[in-house]
Design a protein around this ligand. Sequence first.
Ligand code: ATP
Length: 591
Amino acid sequence: MNSTFRRTLAFVGRYKGRSFLAVLLGFLTIGANIGLMGASGYLIAKAALRPETVLLVWVPIVGVRFFGLSRGVFRYLERLASHDVTFRVLADLRTWIYTRIEPRGTVLLEDRRSGDVLGSVVSDVNELQNFYLRVLSPPLVAVLAALLGIGIVAWWDIRFGLILAVMLVLGGVAVPALSHLAGRRRGQETAACRGELYANANDLIMGLPELLVYGRAEEAAARVEADQRRLSALQKGQNRTAAVASGLMVACTQAAMWLMLLAAIPLVAAQALSGIALPVLAMVALASFEAVAPLPQTFQQFGGIMAAAERLFKLADAGGPEAPSASAASAAAQPLPEAGFAIHVERMAFRYGPSEPAALDGISFGLPMGRRVAVVGESGAGKSSLLQVLLKLRPYEAGSVQLAGQELAALPEEAVRDRFAVVSQHVQLFNESVRDNLLLASPEATDEEIEQAAKAAQIHDTIMNLPEGYDTLIGEWGSRLSGGERQRLGLARALLRNAPVLLFDEPTAGLDSVTEEAFLRQAEEVAFPGKSVLWITHKLTGLERMDHILVLKNGQIVERGTHEELLHMQGEYWRLFRLQQAEAVWQETRG
Ligand SMILES: Nc1ncnc2c1ncn2[C@@H]1O[C@H](COP(=O)(O)OP(=O)(O)OP(=O)(O)O)[C@@H](O)[C@H]1O
C-alpha cells in the first residue's frame, strides 16, 4: 500500500507548483469564510450596541463585503487549479499506462479477460481522479485552515484554541475514522455482493437460451433477485452508518460553538473579555468546521482509490520492467529492406517468466525470401509463442533471431511489425465502415487498391451487396459474417498491407473443409506470390503447398521436411496426420 501511495504521489509530484497553488487557494477560500463569519459576528454585535456613527462599523462592513466576494473568487480559482492538476495527472496516467501496455497489448489481452483490462484502464484511471481532489488536497487544506481558526480564537484566550482544536480533531478525524472502521466490513461485503450480482446477471442474460432449454431460467433469475435484495440491505446499512457519522459531525460543530460560549461567558461576566468577542468566537468556531467537512470522504475513498492504483500498477508491471525506448533499440539498427529479406532463427529459447519452463527451446530454422514455411504441432507445442517472439511481442532469452541479417532484439518494434502482415484465427473487426476496417492495414491505400485487395480475397461481391457497399458500418453486419467471410476480410487486409512477410496464425481454424479449401486456394493464388510465408497451424491440411514444414512438440522442433517427406518418415507428423484424418472420417459419418 505504501509503495502504491508513493507511486501515485509521484504523478502529482510533477505538478508541485500547481498543487501547492491549489492547496493555497483552498486555504484562502476557507480563510475567507472564517473572515466573513468573524466580521459578521463582530458587525452584528457592534450594531446591536447602536453605535453613534456608522463610521464605527465601517471596517466590519467592508470586511464582510471583502470576505464575501473574495470567498467566491477563491473558490472558483481553487476549483480551476485543483481540476487542472487532476486532469494533468489523469492525462499523464493514461499516457503512461497506454505506453506500458501497448507493446504487449495482445499479450496482456491474452493473459486476462479483455474486459478486466478495459475495466481497469477506464474505471481505475477515473477513480484516480479522486486521489488529488479527495485524498491529498483536503487534509492539507484542513490543517492550514484549522490552524487559522484555532489561531484566531486562541488570540483571545489559549483555552478557546484548545477547545476548538479538540472539537475539530473529534469531528474531522475521530468520527469519520470510527465510522469508516465500523462500515469497512460492510463496504467490502457490498463490493463483493455487487460483483456477484453483475456476474449472475451477466450469466442470466448471456446464458438465457441454455437456461430456458434446461428449465433453469427461474432459478437463475431468483439468484439475481436474492443478490439484489442483499445488496439493498447492505447499502441501507452503509447509509445508516454514514447518517450517524454526519449527525455526529454536526453535533461536534454545534458542541464546539456552545463550549466556546460556555468558556467565554464567565470571562465576559468578569469583564476579562469584551462582549463583542462572543459572537465572533461562536461564528469562527462554526466556520472552522468547513475545513474538516471533506475529511470523511477522504477516509471513505482512500481504500478504494489505493486499490484502483494498485490494480493499474499491477497491469502496467505485468509485462515486466519498463521496455527500452524504441530509439535506444534502433540506435544501432539499419533500416530493414522494404522487401525480400530472409529470417534466420538459431538455437532460440524463450520462456514466459523466470520460473516458467521453456516454451521454446533450441529452435533453428530459416525462412528464405519468397519461401513458404509451415509450423505445425499439437495444442501447447509452442506455435503461438514462436509467433509472439517473431512479432517482438515477447523477448527471446537465448540464441538469435535475425531479420535481413540484423538481430531482432536490436530492431525497433515498429520496424519489425511493419514488415509483417498477419492473418489470424480471430479477425478483429471494428465498428467503422468496411473501408476503414480495411484501411487499418494501410491507411494510405486508395479506393482502387482497397477494391483490388477485396476482389483478390473474393470478398468484394459480398461487400457490394451491402446497403452502402464499402461505406456500410460493420456493426451488426460484422456479427452476421460467416467464418469464411471474416477470414477473407482478414486476407484482404493483409494483402493491402503489402508487407514482405505474411504470417498466418491458424487461419483456417473453425472453417469447414470446403470453405477451408477455397480459402487456401485464394491465399495461394493472391497472397503467396512474391512473399515469404510463415503458416502456423495445428490443422494438417493444404500443407502440400508449403516448401518446408517444421513439426513442433513441447517447444522443440522434432521433425522437418516437406509434406511427403514427413509422411514417409512415419514419425510425429504422420501420427498427427492420421489422427486428423480419422477424426475427419468420424465427423463425416456422424454428420
Ligand atoms: N501466457 C503464458 N504464460 C505462461 N505459459 C504460457 C503462456 N502462454 C502459453 N504458455 C505455455 O507455453 C507453452 C506453449 O504454448 P503456445 O500457446 O505457444 O502453444 P500453441 O502451440 O500455440 O498452442 P495452441 O494451438 O493451443 O494455441 C504451453 O506449455 C503453454 O502452457
